[in-house]
Write a protein that binds this ligand. Structure first.
Ligand code: TNX
Length: 436
């Protein structure tokens, strides 16, 4: 069934009185897919069972979504399971920094819509956002800049652990990204010896990409990368470390392949799997590496040919930083404009020729932050488009249609209002008013 309630085709309505009691925790019962659940509501009782705690959690989320305005839940039976294991959002905290409170609020919203990955883009040309004990200048120097010259900021390791724990309580895994070998101006402002010419860079506050690179043939670079990845691996319970790898426009192609292969070995030596933007498929990647498709169908096919699976983040559909329309105030347009409909009206199994359902680990919506620095800006770009991506990640393709979805999305308006989410009330959706 769908994760935006109610989905008419996929839940079985039962007769009788509504249920007004508490929502139970539910019971673990073996069998069934990970994160799945079965629930039944009658006037007297709710039964909820799942093979794991995540499934119980999602069952409770559904029950909450089923409550009507009077607090009742109409009798129903639901058997529900996610289509993909990876259902994510990425937040770029490097171009503009967002602090712990904003991240925790975002995690709450992810959990409500059954998203289970938060990918944090922790470094870029404009700022380095996570404290690394062995390299104190990364944050002392590298975190003080941001796009447009804002104040910057960073997470202490304690902050990061707190985010990871908060997320885990809501069955969200944090995937940290250190973007390399390009997008490293902030790191080079702190440790000039890592630059190809050995010269420290000045902080960067613009939004161009592709001008920086680590020195690929210096051993010092791998000591640095190993130190950073080691600390991150120790802080991160999730299976994956994201090494970026996008837009290596200032790195020689052979050097790039050498770098990715070497860093992949470091990731694996720290007991993790590698995740990288699609460009990493140019290198001989391992089949346990996940490749994040954003743009180029050929690289997606190259990744699959190497036996790797894909996280689908097509820029034309899932980039939450694209403007809704030409007249939107916030956002970029390099991939075009993305309507609420366009963000929903696609299917992972048919997105890229030569990429089949079995090649897809999941979907992820990236929110790059060149044009946003506030909660309101984040809300506006992410909502409601993120809900569409969440549904694509969870629900089967059969029975999904924009005509039907837009009505269920409309019903989320009052809910988002109640949560204080400053969503974009796009005119293509017949929003319900928030009530009297
Ligand atoms: C491309 S897509 C980037 C980012 C920008 C984004 C803006 C990708 C892996 N890299 O560096 O922030 O476009 O939309």
């Amino acid at each position: 069934m769908s994760n935006l309630i109610p989905a008419p085709a996929s839940l079985q309505r039962l007769g009788g009185e509504s249920y007004f009691g508490e929502i139970p925790h539910g019971e673990i019962s073996p069998g069934g897919a990970p994160e799945s659940y079965v629930l039944e509501v009658t006037g007297d009782v709710v039964t909820l069972s799942a093979p794991d705690e995540a499934g119980l959690f999602y069952g409770r989320q559904t029950l909450q979504q089923l409550r009507d305005d009077d607090g009742g839940i109409a009798p129903v039976r639901i058997e529900d399971a996610p289509r993909y294991a990876h259902r994510g959002v990425m937040l770029d905290v490097a171009r503009h920094f967002f602090g712990v409170a904003e991240i925790e609020r975002l995690i709450d919203l992810l959990a409500l819509y059954k998203l289970n990955r938060l990918h944090l883009h922790l470094s870029d040309d404009q700022g380095w956002r996570i404290a690394i004990r062995s390299r104190p200048r990364l944050t002392r120097i590298g975190s003080s800049s941001a796009v447009g010259g804002g104040p910057g900021g960073h997470f202490t390791q304690r902050d990061y652990r707190r985010i990871v724990a908060y997320a885990a309580e809501r069955f969200v895994e944090v995937v940290p990204e250190i973007d390399m070998p390009g997008h490293v101006n902030a790191a080079l402002s702190a440790y000039g010896e890592l630059a190809p010419d050995g010269m420290a860079r000045t902080p960067y506050t613009g939004i161009d990409v592709g001008f920086s690179s680590l020195a690929i043939r210096k051993e010092e670079t791998y000591a640095f990368v190993d130190g950073v990845l080691g600390e991150l691996a120790a802080l991160t319970p999730a299976a994956y470390l994201h090494i970026g790898g996008d837009e290596p426009l200032s790195t020689d192609p052979a050097d790039y392949r050498f770098f990715v292969e070497r860093v992949q070995r470091l990731v694996r030596a720290h007991g993790k799997r590698m995740l990288g933007w699609e460009e990493v498929a140019r290198a001989p990647i391992h089949r346990t590496t996940l490749v994040q498709h954003w743009h180029d169908p050929q690289l997606a096919r190259a990744a699959v040919a190497r036996g790797a699976k894909l996280v689908l983040s097509p820029a034309t559909k899932t980039y939450l930083d694209m403007k809704y329309t030409r007249s939107s105030e916030l956002g970029l347009t390099w991939a075009g404009t993305t309507s609420v409909r366009a963000a929903y009206d696609w299917d992972p199994a048919t997105l890229v020729d030569g990429v089949e359902e079995r090649d897809v680990a999941g979907v992820e919506a990236p929110l790059w932050s060149e044009t946003i620095s506030t909660r309101a800006g984040l809300d506006h770009l992410a909502f409601p488009r993120l809900l569409g991506v969440a549904e694509i990640g969870w629900s089967p393709a059969e029975g999904r249609s924009w005509r039907e979805y837009r009505r269920r999305l409309a019903a989320q308006g009052p809910r988002l209002d109640a949560l204080g989410v400053a969503f974009h009330a796009d005119p293509s959706v017949p929003w319900l008013s928030a009530g009297p």
